[in-house]
Each structure stands twice: as structure tokens, then as C-alpha cells.
Design a protein around this ligand. Structure first.
Ligand SMILES: [Fe+2]
Length: 288
């Protein structure tokens, strides 16, 4: 009889029950997940109380997710899973991946802007920053009409959706590259910011004695039909938290040079992107 006889007999029975899943990828994913979960429970000798806490945590991150934030994405980020998925699926033949985790703050449909426009719509005070770059294909040819979608935190470290002092869509915008694949825009230098710690995910960094502060960065999503959508982040090279990003997003390649200008009060950042051929598929926005 195929019934449970001991703790060790549960996993084979569970796997057998899933064998008929017609979709082969779903069968593979759930079977592997089940194996890893069972191994985890056995290896750690998970107690009933701990199991209850784990389930409560999953319920809580779902319940805390809404229009303003996404604690489920945040949980994946602070466990390093989002970075792993981003890097694993965007290998660069030359070495380091050009991509980074999407994070919980991307909003679709940021305003389309003209090249050179500022995305500091609220007159946000801060160090003026000019960002420029070129989008190319893997052969180094410039890609005209690529869309460069940018979003960033303010100089006090808040995204507009977290901050009533900022206008809707402040520090967000989309730019189209010119015939030579170039884009440029104006903004203010972003500050590093703590990942939200007021929700259920805040428990972890506190318990693990990890600081929650991400190094200052700009988010980019670069797209053009016929090419894979590139989701990336560019980090400020002078940030003290480059080596302790709570979401593990920093790679050497993603560190940009924020150059102070001779006037001593404004800065520039030059950063180029490369798009691989493929399907233009956008991620689902974590917040509306
Ligand atoms: Fe961010």
C-alpha cells in the first residue's frame, strides 16, 4: 500500500502524486521545489512552532503588498534570489552579466521625455546630474529608437510613491535613443536608501544584524523590438555600501563613474548599454 509509514516515506509519495503533471516544466519545477523543501525540513529538524512562523511570514508579506510597496519582491531581493535569477538568465558571453534585479519600485508607463529633459519634475533639490550613454547591439552597432526607462530614489532616498512631497512620476522617465543610439537626460544625484524595514521583511535584516541600506543607484530598463529587455542598475562609485548591498545587486560592471564637474556642484555619469537579440518581453510591474 502506498501510504505514509515514516517521515522518510512522505517525499517519495508526494513526488509520485505529482508525476502525471502534463506540463513537463511544471512537473520538473514543483518536484524539485518539493525535494528541496523536504530536505530543508529534515536537515534543520524544523519544529512545529518554526513552521507556523514561516507560514505566518508568507501570509504577512502577501498582506503587506499593495499599491505602494511589494513585500514579496522585497523578500526575494533580500534573500539574494532576485539577483541570482537576473544574473543566471542574462549571461554575457564576455563575462559579467549586464543585468540586475528589477526591485520593487518599477512602474510601467513612466512619461515619455525628449532627450535632454529633466526627470526631476518636483524641482527636487540636490546635486544636478547629467546622464548620457549609447545603446548598442552585440556587434557594437548603435541601436536607434531604443527606449531607456529610468527610475531612481530622490536625494533623500525616497521613491516618489513613498514620498508625499514628490509629484507623481517624479524621477521617472523614458527616453528614446537617436540615430546614433545615444540618449541623455538630466536629474539629481540619487541617495542610497534603506529597503523598507517597516513591514514583515524588516524582521530579517534586524535579526541578522545586516544594515538595510542600498548603495545609491539608478534603475534602467532598456528595450527595442527584436531584442531582449535589459533590466539593470548603475551604482555610484563613491558609495560606502557598494560591498554590502542588502539585495546583492552590485557587480563590478554595474558601478558607474559619477564625476564631479569643475564647477564643484554638478556631476555627470556616462554609461553604455548593450542589447542582445531576442523577444521584447517586459516584466510585470511590482506596483501599479
Ligand atoms: Fe532602487
Amino acid at each position: 500500500m502506498n501510504i505514509v509509514t515514516s517521515p522518510d516515506s512522505v517525499l517519495p509519495l508526494a513526488l509520485r502524486a505529482m508525476e502525471r503533471t502534463p506540463n513537463p516544466r511544471l512537473r520538473e519545477l514543483i518536484a524539485s521545489l518539493t525535494r528541496h523543501l523536504h530536505t530543508f525540513v529534515q536537515e534543520t529538524r524544523l519544529t512545529e512552532e518554526e513552521f507556523e512562523q514561516a507560514l505566518e511570514f508568507i501570509v504577512a508579506i502577501g498582506q503587506a503588498t499593495g499599491d505602494k510597496k511589494n513585500e514579496v519582491v522585497l523578500a526575494a531581493d533580500i534573500l539574494g534570489v532576485s539577483t541570482l535569477v537576473a544574473l543566471q538568465n542574462n549571461q554575457d558571453p564576455e563575462g559579467e552579466s549586464p543585468s540586475a534585479l528589477l526591485g520593487p519600485f518599477w512602474r510601467a508607463n513612466a512619461p515619455m521625455c525628449d532627450r535632454g529633459d529633466t526627470i526631476a519634475r518636483s524641482g527636487t533639490p540636490g546635486t544636478p546630474l547629467t546622464v548620457s550613454g549609447t545603446v548598442r547591439d552585440p556587434q557594437g552597432r548603435p541601436l536607434a529608437d531604443a527606449v531607456v526607462d529610468v527610475w531612481q530614489a530622490s536625494p533623500v532616498g525616497l521613491y516618489e510613491n513613498q514620498d508625499p512631497a514628490q509629484e507623481d512620476m517624479n524621477l521617472r522617465g523614458r527616453f528614446r535613443t537617436d540615430v546614433e543610439g545615444r540618449f541623455h537626460f538630466r536629474t539629481v544625484r540619487p541617495a542610497g536608501y534603506p529597503v523598507p524595514t517597516d513591514g514583515p521583511c524588516g524582521v530579517l535584516p534586524r535579526a541578522q544584524q545586516r544594515h538595510p541600506n542600498r548603495p545609491a543607484h539608478l534603475h534602467f530598463m532598456v528595450s527595442k523590438p527584436g531584442h531582449k529587455v535589459l533590466v539593470s542598475q548603475v551604482f555610484a562609485d563613491d558609495d560606502e555600501n557598494l560591498e554590502s548591498d542588502p539585495t546583492f545587486g552590485v557587480t563590478r560592471r554595474l558601478i558607474g563613474r559619477f564625476e564631479l564637474q569643475p564647477d564643484g556642484r554638478s556631476a555627470t555619469l556616462a554609461y553604455d548599454f548593450q542589447l542582445e537579440p531576442g523577444e521584447m518581453k517586459f516584466p510585470r510591474p511590482p506596483i501599479p
